[in-house]
Design a protein around this ligand. Sequence first.
Ligand code: MRU
Length: 358
Amino acid sequence: MNIMDYDTVALDDQKDALVIIDQTRLPYSIEILELTELKEIWDAIYLLKVRGAPAIGVAAAIGIYLEAKKIAAVSDCFADFYDKFKLAKKYLDSARPTAVNLSWALNRMEQVVLANKGKMLVEIIQHLHAEAVEIREEDIRVCRAIGEYGLTLIKDGDGLLTHCNAGKLAAVKYGTATAPMYVGQEKGYNFKIFADETRPLLQGARLTSFELQSSGFDVTLICDNMAGMVMRNGWVNAVFVGCDRVAANGDVANKIGTSMVAALAKRYDIPFYVCAPTATIDMATATGNDIVIEERKPSEVTDMWYEKPMAPAGVKVFNPAFDVTDNELISGIVTEFGIAKAPYIDSLKEIFARKAGQ
Ligand code: MRU
């Protein structure tokens, strides 16, 4: 079976399980995990078995629903249920700090609990189930709309570059940065896509080149330090990346290395677009300086993926998982409600006004 035939993240109601593809095993082994315990779900998010901002949000929504169902079965009143629900929510929220979709989805689930406070616990659980399913379905519609808007920025035959994996494997169906590619493909467009390998965890090599190749795209894998060369050669007409948190001023946190790609794109006068569901835009965070950047283990840089360590034992390592791209390097932020342009402080507010009026 093709990787595109599997769900990145789904709910199995018969087994009461969160079902994910274990992305740490890709591309050579497709292993499907059925997770039922909160700790297993926390681990899966922390260890990047399920990763990418939208997919993390969906996994958290399903995870808290499954846990709420267990809590309801042993709670004698709403107050008892809600106290335990909040503890489980806080725990899941601690798995990864940068992608705002995690807390966004968990807050949505908590709102459902509070809005149905007067009802029987069994009914609250039904509402939580419906909300988790809706968060997942919504991601498909949102990414599709991002794809339609993104496609207006490019033309048939264009060379496109992307960084990390903001594809189907980071979401439910179209991905964010890849949505214009998938929607374009449906309409008969051909693109030449360059996928940065994305050190140190190689999401571009293991995941993006895999899913795009499996979907029949013309995709070329490059090391991160080759992006300047392909741009200078004139092979890239536009860059599309995803994001983990967009601040109110349009600064964007995304996978480490993104800001380097944006600076290069500016140098070679190539438009640099960020594809962002409104779930990833955090108007409560003023600027990129206020975004918490996750730091991960040194061994991801020194040992992982190598047969033997490729750095001297004990060497100091700095391993931030994300960086912030300054808004001035961004040509547009493509959302499901249209494309925001600078000044982002105004245009992002306009996007949310459209969302409120939908
Ligand atoms: O650490 P990861 O693999 O979760 O990082 C993922 C990214 O940075 C993606 O670009 C981002 O989440 C956008 S996903 C559509």
